[in-house]
Design a protein around this ligand. Structure first.
Ligand code: MN
Length: 311
């Protein structure tokens, strides 16, 4: 059987739970932390840190989570995945560069937002001072404040928002969420480059969510190609202040849209994917009909069916 086994840290397994929030299995095998269904692949993580990817798409799915330490087993052969040629050059984090990150991908309700920010060398220190860092470590109110400060400093950025109706249309047309993210990053980078015309970032870092080759295939399927000097790095927010700024702007936009949704629907709309989210979706169906979910949620998540059972 074709499968990939990775050994990952608890932190990484926690981010996987966030990423697969929409498709977690109700039952897990003994010793497992979670089991989830990804496109063409089932994923099972064990308390030991072992994560099993099984199915036709096992290699690509596993590649999202482990590169350097990844051992790919296929038909009883073992080969090591090469470190990416797209890794940012050392030194890029300390000079003028752009960074792109997204929010909302693991949340049942609300859009996907992607922001790409350009930080000049002499602004890096300022951004650190106002608290720019990985938005995952910050509470939403703090994130909003920092986003205001980033904008007040005149940091150029571009923001792309994929609203739920369009998201659901694309999903029905066969787009994976990975492709949607890929195209949003691509368009965000294009818009940023237009905005800062004349100024050349030494590099553009995308917070890596897919193997660069997979990302490039997404672009190719939409008849476009990678811009110059684009690099990929996992958890880039912790090393690149531009990616961290992008993550804060993207998260702020996402949170604002969630507030808007709560107001429009006249009920609290929880983030993420959980029992609380299932219940909120059920409440929406009861009050407004199932079609309403198409306008405010990522309807292919397992949440939709769970909600229908709660109605
Ligand atoms: Mn990210």
């Amino acid at each position: 059987m074709s499968q990939t086994v990775l050994k990952l840290s608890l932190n990484q397994i926690n981010s996987m739970i966030r990423e697969y929030a929409g498709s977690l299995a109700d039952k897990t095998p003994p010793g497992a932390v979670f089991a989830a269904k990804a496109p063409g692949c089932s994923v099972t993580a064990y308390k030991s840190g072992k994560v099993l990817f099984q199915g036709t798409n096992h290699a690509a799915e596993a590649a999202k989570w482990g590169v350097s330490s990844a051992t790919v087993k296929k038909d009883n052969q073992t080969k090591y995945v090469k470190p990416s040629q797209y890794a940012p050059p050392t030194g890029l984090y300390g000079v003028s560069h752009a960074g792109s990150d997204e929010a909302g991908t693991g949340d049942y309700f609300g859009p996907i937002t992607v922001a790409c920010a350009f930080v000049k060398e002499n602004q890096i220190e300022q951004l650190r001072k106002i608290g720019v860092q990985d938005s995952k470590n910050l509470k939403d109110n703090r994130i909003r404040q920092i986003a205001k400060d980033i904008i007040a400093l005149g940091i150029p950025y571009s923001l792309k928002v994929l609203h739920n109706p369009k998201y659901n249309d694309l999903q029905e047309k066969g787009w994976s969420q990975g492709k949607m993210k890929g195209m949003l990053h691509h368009y965000a980078i294009n818009s940023l480059l237009e905005k800062i015309e004349g100024e050349k970032p030494r590099g553009i870092i995308i917070d890596q969510f897919a193997e660069p080759e997979v990302y490039k295939r997404y672009l190719l399927s939409e008849s476009t190609t990678l811009q110059k000097n684009v690099f990929f790095l996992k958890k880039a927010e912790s090393l690149s202040i531009a990616v961290a700024a992008g993550s804060i702007i993207a998260r702020t936009a996402f949170v604002k849209h969630m507030d808007l949704l709560s107001n429009q629907l006249d009920m609290p709309i929880p983030k993420g994917a959980s029992n609380l989210v299932d219940q909120a979706a059920a409440n929406i169906i009861n009050r407004y009909g199932e079609e309403k979910l198409y306008e405010c949620a990522k309807v292919h998540f397992a949440t939709t069916n769970k909600a229908k059972l709660l109605c």
